[in-house]
Design a protein around this ligand. Sequence first.
Ligand code: TRP
Ligand code: ZN
Length: 468
Amino acid sequence: MPRSVALGPVAVLLACVLIGCDGGVKGAAGASGVRDPYFPKLGNGGYDVTHYGLTLDYRPAGRKLVGKAVVAARAGSDLSAFDLDLKGMEVESVEVDGKPARFNRSGDHELVVRPRDDLDEGASFTTVVRYAGSPATITDPDGSEEGWLPTADGALALGEPTGAMAWFPGNHHPGDKATYDITVSVPEGLRVVSNGELARETVKEGRAVFAWHVGEPMASYVATVAVGKFAVRRSEGKGGVPVYAAVDPTQVADSEEVLDRIPEIVEWGSRTFGAYPFSSVGAIVEREDDAGYALETQNRPVFPGAPGVGLLLHELVHQWYGNSVTPESWRDMWLNEGFATYAEWLWAEEHGGDSAQEVFDLLYAGDYFDKKSDNDAVWAFPPARPPSAARISDSPVYERGAMVLHRIRQTVGDEVFRGILRGWAAAHRHGNADTGDFTAFVEAKAPGADFSEIWDEWLYGEGKPDRS
Ligand code: TRP
Ligand code: ZN
């Protein structure tokens, strides 16, 4: 029989410090990640965020950010502790429901919060984090830079796939979307551009304050803040979607013509994919050196230098596929990139360029890209199964993902295919979905059709599929 162990008060105290006893045994700690196949520590278990209220103050000269994050959430289980994702930055205080909470930092980016009182399953609770520091620029597994990027005249926040944790604490996984209010003050003379709509703009004591409101759910990887000098172009698009584009003064001449086409693209997208999902649209055009790539930040994609029509279209189509219908995990990236790439093919087909069939044939023949290695790279891995985090934005996810969609079109015909594009955007509007949801959706729209070869060989299969 095991000997019963009587713990002395000191041992109990020590155990409580280590594992936490304040809530008795009722609540457990929320998990430190949601087991994303590529980024297991991204996001956190035990709660769902409903709203982020971010109040930030940024001084480009010292690269100093002072922040207050008010995170409204709902507990998914009884909780004695939970994590937020935050990389770097000094945390000054944490409160939960108005009471000071204990907290510590752990791992690469976990902010562990222990509320004074346990949280009950289903309870709504509000966490306030006050923090400050110089936000990090993060180098991704594929070598690209995201997070908080200092620019020629300010800064730019880019968050795919993990960069949001550099500038605010949150549940930074695409599976937890929320609404936002993002208020940023900067030195007078600079502007701040973010997601959603500009609700307020004021100047007080040498500081310019910009308040942006995001009323539709947003994944944190498409949240952005751009600080700098910008020429602002506002217009009312066809169908009434307001356009707010912010352009670095050095890029105004080169971007005027292409940005004029935003309403036309939104209208084409609405016809092709269903109603535009957000209450405003636009673009942020920075200098070429400010970022290494374009990103579909919600409402207002970011471009390093004036984009061409194809790239502008690609990022705007992500508003439907990516930002409204958001991947369940980073493994489902092709649901973003395959669709945005296929949209480029469809646009070309309808505007006097190659048909999607012609693009498909060139890719299959290995004659699409100039370099043989680029043509071969299309077949490196299955679109729905990238081999590692470093490969989630490689060619199979884009081109071969688009080829999967074209194979579906070949199988069901144009009319049913168009219904699938629109229906998919409608079925998961402002939600999340994964590859299994998509294949089931397609099968339901075309009863009797056989998709087994497309799924087995094109979507999940290794190597170049036989043409059948
Ligand atoms: N989503 C961007 C696009 O296609 C590309 C991109 C930028 C990306 N950063 C990334 C893709 C990080 C995957 C991971 O427009
Ligand atoms: Zn894309």
